[in-house]
Design a binder for this molecule. Structure first.
Ligand code: 1HN
Length: 345
């Protein structure tokens, strides 16, 4: 590939004249914005073990009352982007949130989309758009763009969950903002019960049917059962994986980030081809190794890691007697809509 002229090759007075007119020559930066063959990601493969994170999060509970935090979160920040950017990848924000017994995180709504993957504890709930969603370990709860949400806790031990947001993307678009609200009135019907069985949806009318986010809570018991049924009924299937979708349309449950759950059977090793989307792995149950060029992460329960796009990797469950369950987030829905998604075999 032809080497292009550098900025230093240009006379200083010419460069000054360009700067004075808010003009910039393209050719000194062309190779940086269009690298040959594949992008040069800022996102570094990064792992956040829960064992080291948890004590610091509990300490945040002692240091900062909920009123002074609103959301008591330690952000899983990728050093490749600079910690202050609070990004796990170019598009994905990750945070571990702590809610203590009796605490309340007040109602608000905002433009970025959020989901919560419950990591630990019982008795907490998120009320989303009037629907009270109980938080149990492994559950996925959606807080889509524009919907009111608040968190409460009636239990007696700390509750922790992983927040996954498309905040970096929405912030980059200069479209990120919040509106504060009052405590929501809870509506009696629950969409999570209405959509609990695969293949059937409420008909012909259901109060949420006209809304873009009909299902807000995906209980782990159901998702786990779906994975085990898939593994049992299709022993030759390449990957025992299910996607979290809108039950009315079958489309990804959110528009920017995609979510799925993967089961690695005992001893299974799964090679994933390079995909353009960045990925987050969060271990729900069991243990798994994530291996890629130059890195190997051992994920135990509640550990989380982030891998840049265009990276082939393998996932393996070295346990011979128990399955491993992994929650996966990626930015494939956004990339597919934009037409830039690719898989390289
Ligand atoms: C948010 O609304 C929550 O509601 C958590 O729990 C983390 C990070 C950035 C922006 C909004 C929540 C968030 C957030």
């Amino acid at each position: 590939m032809q080497e292009l002229g550098r900025l230093e090759d240009l006379p200083e007075d010419y460069r000054a004249a360009l700067t004075a007119q808010n003009l910039v020559p393209l050719w000194p930066s062309l190779r940086a914005v269009l690298p040959p063959g594949k992008p040069i990601p800022r996102t570094k493969p990064t792992c956040w073990p829960y064992q080291t994170l948890r004590p610091l999060l509990i300490q945040a509970g002692e240091l900062t009352p909920i009123e002074k935090a609103e959301r008591r979160v330690l952000v899983l920040a990728n050093p490749g982007h600079g910690l202050e950017k609070m990004q796990a990848s170019a598009t994905i924000y990750l945070g571990m949130q702590l809610l203590l017994p009796g605490e309340w995180a007040p109602a608000h709504r905002h433009t970025p989309n959020a989901v919560r993957m419950i990591v630990e504890g019982e008795g907490a709930y998120t009320t989303v758009d009037g629907e009270k969603c109980l938080m149990c370990r492994g559950d996925l709860i959606l807080t889509p763009t524009g919907l009111w949400h608040e968190h409460g806790h009636d239990g007696d031990k700390p509750v922790v969950w992983l927040d996954v947001l498309d905040l970096p993307m929405v912030y980059y678009m200069e479209a990120s903002y919040v509106t504060e609200g009052k405590a929501q009135a809870v509506t009696p019907e629950s969409a999570d019960r209405a959509y609990q069985r695969g293949g059937v949806v409420p008909s012909p009318v259901f109060t949420r049917a006209s809304q873009p986010y009909p299902m807000l809570r995906y209980p782990w018991v159901e998702v786990r059962a779906a994975l085990q049924a898939l593994a049992a009924s299709q022993p030759d299937i390449e990957a025992v994986q299910v996607a979290y979708v809108n039950p009315e349309t079958g489309a990804d449950c959110q528009k920017i980030l995609g979510f799925s759950a993967l089961m690695l059977r005992p001893g299974e090793r799964l090679a994933l081809p390079a995909r353009s989307s960045a990925m987050v792995f969060h271990q729900i149950e069991g243990c798994a190794a994530v291996s890629l060029d130059g890195h190997q992460f051992s994920l135990g329960e509640a550990d989380t890691c982030c891998i840049p796009g265009y990276t082939p990797l393998t996932l393996s469950n070295s346990a011979a007697d128990q399955p491993a369950f992994i929650f996966i987030a990626d930015d494939a829905p956004l990339q597919k809509k934009l037409g830039v998604y690719e898989v390289r075999h």
